[in-house]
Design a binder for this molecule. Structure first.
Ligand code: NAD
Length: 305
């Protein structure tokens, strides 16, 4: 059975590595934070002395790191230190971090130049999905490598989609989150407008969720308490998906928009709205709490009633 190195044991990586172990896989893991290594060890994960030590023994190296610069730093350039230099030739590298398409392409080309194979495999589903092994994986890279990776990814998720060549997993992720960011703002604006017009939250929800306004931001992540009891709005906007992560992902979208020259005005506006939101307490709240900013910014006293 293949040995899996797992690098990055944070909010997502910790439970993902634990799920691999629970499924009987041989995992050697590492994080720069000793407390996270200790927590993973408590969950049954074998901890290596370093990322390089884990990669040296592995057939598959999974990284779950904050940003592209962390992935590129951890990979190295294939010489000296770094995961690429210490792994055996032909090792399959799977990066599940959410990073820019360009960084994913750079990581993949460095891995291939060092004699390895590489997939970008970002996820959606958040910490709950990581804990329950219900993540969705969007995978970019060669078909044969995807086929090899799929049974491993299935131990951490339930929907594994091959999106095409290297970088297209990150492309799918960035496009999805562009839709998500814009639609969460749209739903929030509609609820605040409805409030001003005298419409009850429940009535607006009942109408829109059965009409053409229907979307995930409404029916799962409803930004007002009441209509969807499991949405973060019912729990003081505890994430869920934190405002800081939405701001980060829309920043990646902004990079992709700039590179491709797409006329994505709503996307760029959503990026700006969430950038401001994440400069304050919104960073730690679920991103649906944007409704409170929108409500607070409504003109006092004005009403259409
Ligand atoms: P996190 O900050 O909790 O965990 C990242 C971990 O990587 C940290 O513990 C850090 O110490 C470790 N790390 C950094 N460089 C390292 C290195 N060289 N070697 C070993 N460990 C190193 O972040 P997270 O919430 O787990 O998210 C990870 C990735 O998944 C991010 O790209 C994020 O955007 C994405 N993501 C997160 C969520 C979510 O809900 N948290 C959802 C989907 C996608």
């Amino acid at each position: 059975m293949s040995i899996i190195a797992f690098i990055g044991l944070g909010h997502m990586g910790g439970p993902m590595a634990a799920n691999l172990v629970r499924a009987g896989r041989d995992v050697r893991a590492f994080d720069l934070v000793p407390e996270l290594c200790a927590a993973a060890r408590d969950a049954g994960v074998a901890i290596a002395e370093s990322g390089e030590a884990a990669a040296a023994e592995a057939d598959v190296v999974i990284t779950m790191l904050p940003e592209g610069r962390h992935v590129l730093a951890a990979y190295g350039d294939g010489t000296g230190d770094g995961l690429l230099a210490t792994a055996r030739p032909g090792t399959l590298f799977i990066d599940s971090s959410t990073i820019a398409v360009d960084d994913a392409l750079m990581a993949a080309s460095r891995a291939v130049a060092a004699g390895h194979r590489a997939l970008d495999a970002p996820v959606s589903g958040g910490v709950v999905g990581a804990e329950n092994a219900t993540l969705a994986f969007m995978v970019g890279g060669d078909e044969a490598d995807f086929v090899e990776a799929k049974p491993i990814l299935e131990l951490m998720g339930h929907r594994i989609v091959h999106c095409g060549r290297a970088g297209l997993g990150q492309a799918a992720k960035v496009c999805n989150n562009l839709i998500l960011g814009i639609s969460q703002i749209a739903v929030a604006e509609a609820f605040v407008l409805g409030e001003r017009l005298g419409l009850s939250h429940q009535v607006l929800f009942d109408v829109a969720s059965n009409a053409s306004g229907q979307c995930w931001a409404l029916t799962t992540n409803c930004p007002v308490p009441g209509p969807v009891p499991t949405s973060p709005a019912n729990h003081d906007y505890r994430p869920g998906f934190a405002g800081a992560l939405m701001a980060k992902d829309l920043g990646l979208a902004e990079q992709a928009i700039a590179r491709t020259g797409v006329d994505a005005r709503l996307g760029l506006l959503a990026r700006e709205i969430y950038r401001e939101f994440a400069e304050g307490p919104g960073a730690q709240q679920d991103f649906s709490a944007i409704i409170n900013t929108i409500r607070a910014q409504a003109e006092p006293g004005a009403s259409g009633r």
